[in-house]
Design a protein around this ligand. Sequence first.
Ligand code: NAP
Ligand code: HSE
Length: 447
Amino acid sequence: MSDNDINSAILRRPVNIGLLGLGTVGGGTAEVLQRNSEEISRRAGRAIKIVAASVRDLNKKRSPVLKNVQLTLDSEEIVDNPDIDIVLELIGGTEDACKLVLRAIENGKHVVTANKALIALHGNEIFSAAQRKGVTVAFESAVAGGIPIIKAIREGLAGNKIQWLAGIINGTGNFILTEMRDKGRDFADVLSEAQALGYAEADPTFDVEGIDAAHKLTILASIAFGVPLQFEKVYTEGISTIEKVDVEYAGELGYRIKHLGIARRNENGLELRVHPTLIPHRRLIANVDGVMNAVLIRADAVGPTLYYGPGAGAEPTASAVVADLVDVVRALTSDPENRVPHLAFQPDAIQDIPVLAIDEVETAFYLRMQVQDQAGVLADITSIFADQGISIEAIVQKEEQDETGCVPLVMLSHKVVESSMAVAIEKIESLATVSGKIVKIRLETLG
Ligand code: NAP
Ligand code: HSE
């Protein structure tokens, strides 16, 4: 047989896949690969076959589509198997996942992963190893579930200078906020449903406290601005502190509260932040509800673009995993130097832009405080704001008195540097006519 015959025989054989993990995403991926196998291989140019998968429990009931798949408790068997071309890392967590992915790369295998924590924390090391070995590590499903946001930024917007992006990038959190707002449901009850539906992380505090969104924002910022992955520099707040009353007052003022990840480049550096945010209700992104995610990107040539779709769940995530698989299969025979770079920019063109501390970030604010309903209170408060150069956009005093005779005062500020707002809040909280802590939520017009 000539070299050409051998090469074409290799190209005719199916691409062999080894799965690490057969849970929500692994199971969904197996289903989609089986159901759409013909269309997928017409796109990829090769048949794709799952040959082995690792799990924690061999006795768990699995889908019938896995009947010919060899199951093992030993993930190393998969990454060391010479017959496997591509490893799908779908076990989650960072420690074992990182070791297994690095070992698969060392063995010359391409990797597809849905693991945002892994990429956000260890991506710099993983991509360097992959580059050295000439293999690809694909991670579309790690951000915003089924939305092809990595491809859109990395390839579709390659001609642009990206100015900022803002996204609802945690499906569980958005599902909880929507159900609480629309149906008055209890936080814990909705979280249990999100877990049953396979939306939540193994540790759901990652969803609720904004850590999962911070992982995803780390990845988006890196590919949008050509900076290293730097999860430790993301300012992170979750949704657990949002109160129903603020959702109502924000609504009365024409805003929705959403949990946003925001990355913005300005003349002083890069903002990387994840927190609840008031958004004008007329913005499309303010109306993204349930498990749906959306990412709004402002870039210099195209202007604003919005990407919308399911942010979690078995088959939406599998859609992105399989898209990565098809990309990797198509590129199997291509020169590694000519593939799309992992982080969108060529590895030697990644730049360190300073990341701003949250104190240095400029935003508008929603504030709610309990104040005595008496003359002069408002004057004291507004004079503190004036001293800090803070301009007020709206003030609403509500009528509901609490047991101490205080009433809620709700204010919207214009944009101000966070450190000035912190000083003003401290001074206002120390006034005898103000009771308790001030609730502060950042506000973005996203115009
Ligand atoms: P999951 O349902 O908990 O599934 C995890 C799978 O991995 C299970 O099959 C489990 O085995 C197996 N596993 C866990 N640790 C293992 C180990 N040390 N060795 C071998 N197998 C192991 O999790 P998932 O929701 O599919 O999430 C997987 C990954 O996708 C995570 O990184 C997650 O962040 C990411 N992701 C999830 C979604 C989503 O909507 N769920 C969306 C995007 C990204 P058993 O079945 O035997 O327990
Ligand atoms: N737990 C994540 C979410 C899964 O709810 O968004 C998708 O990444």
